[in-house]
Design a protein around this ligand. Structure first.
Ligand SMILES: NC(=O)c1ccc[n+]([C@@H]2O[C@H](COP(=O)([O-])OP(=O)(O)OC[C@H]3O[C@@H](n4cnc5c(N)ncnc54)[C@H](OP(=O)(O)O)[C@@H]3O)[C@@H](O)[C@H]2O)c1
Length: 302
């Protein structure tokens, strides 16, 4: 069973993708029960004819029992200028959810989507006590999709010609696109750009969501697709190499925080954190990013 906590825009979009692809039974759990029931009734009409699939909605956490994957998209409110607005409220919320998951489905793999992503991934793992490799914050893969989008736009090329593009660090203004390993049709990206081009692309990736916010409010479909890819990997025993947020224990020189790093995912969750080479400029940026996350974590009144 795939359980989705939070039946707002993102939760409903992930449920829709799972149902369309007949991945598994889906449970929508929402603070306001009617919304979960309404979304599940609507999405149920999209079940493929060949599927025995079921989807239903609830506000009852005990229904999480038996979940193999839980995706957390709950949000207490809309942030306006920064993903860390409402941080205290979101941390309190994630701690309550962690308690419920520990009680009802302690063996599930958890995908965190709610913001501030890295801070919540950290507090969820600490509060639940679950294996850190079973608690996966999904966001850096979305930032990577945006990085790839800007590369393909700048050089008027298809996405498939781009290799090794990754965004690491915070899912926030300090995110770090890793240019040094990227190739386009076998040519290194940095040989095709000067520093001003690079900095302008970094700015564009970091500010993508602010532009989106002006027109739409919040992102929805890109994150849903990225979350769906991970769910599909786990349910169908595939392998996926993406950047994702995970609590670090010495990897990349960091402890006591979660941030986006390259990970291998299989049916058990994260199987490995990969060490990749990055240049000095990127290392400095990544340190700034981890410091930003650490300051946010330390600012929470426990
Ligand atoms: N990781 C990423 O890259 C990424 C991308 C996009 C969005 N996000 C984040 O994803 C989250 C969801 O975004 P959204 O646009 O879907 O928000 P949304 O439409 O406001 O939906 C949030 C839902 O969470 C529910 N909720 C609140 N507290 C809950 C609780 N304790 N238990 C169960 N449900 C609860 C709300 O219920 P009510 O019906 O009672 O209000 C609401 O339906 C936000 O934190 C957003 O910042 C992350």
């Amino acid at each position: 069973m795939i359980s989705i906590i939070g039946s707002g825009r993102v939760g409903a979009s992930i449920a829709f993708l799972c149902v369309l692809n007949a991945l598994d039974d889906v449970l929508l759990l929402n603070r306001t029960k009617d919304k979960a029931i309404g979304e599940s009734l609507d999405i149920a009409s999209a079940i493929p004819n060949t599927s025995k699939f079921s989807i239903w909605g609830t506000d009852d956490y005990s229904k999480l029992t038996g979940s193999s994957i839980v995706i957390i998209t709950a949000s207490t409110g809309v942030y306006l200028k920064d993903r860390t607005e409402n941080m205290d409220l979101q941390v309190n919320m994630i701690k309550t959810i962690a308690e419920k998951i520990k009680q009802y489905c302690p063996n599930a793999i958890i995908l965190l989507i709610s913001n501030p992503l890295d801070v919540l991934t950290y507090f969820f793992q600490k509060e639940s006590g679950l294996d850190r490799f079973k608690v996966i914050g999904i966001a850096s893969s979305l930032d990577t999709s945006r990085f790839r989008y800007f590369i393909s736009k700048k050089f008027n090329i298809t996405n498939s010609t781009i290799s090794n593009a990754l965004v690491l660090g915070e899912h926030g203004d300090s995110l770090v696109p890793i240019f040094s390993n990227v190739t386009v049709n076998g040519t290194t990206l940095l040989s095709m750009m000067n520093n001003a081009d690079r900095d302008s692309m970094i700015f564009d990736i970091q500010n993508y969501w602010k532009k989106l916010r002006i027109y739409k409010g919040r992102s929805q479909f890109g994150i849903a697709k990225n979350a769906y890819d991970v769910i599909n990997t786990i349910i169908n025993s595939k392998e996926l190499l993406i950047p994702a947020s995970v609590v670090l224990e010495g990897e990349y020189g960091e402890n006591n925080l979660a941030m986006g790093v390259p990970v291998k995912i299989n049916r058990h969750g994260i199987s490995e954190i990969q060490k990749i080479n990055i240049n000095d400029f990127e290392s400095t940026q990544l340190k700034n990013s981890s410091n930003k996350i650490r300051n946010d974590i330390n600012s929470i009144q426990i």
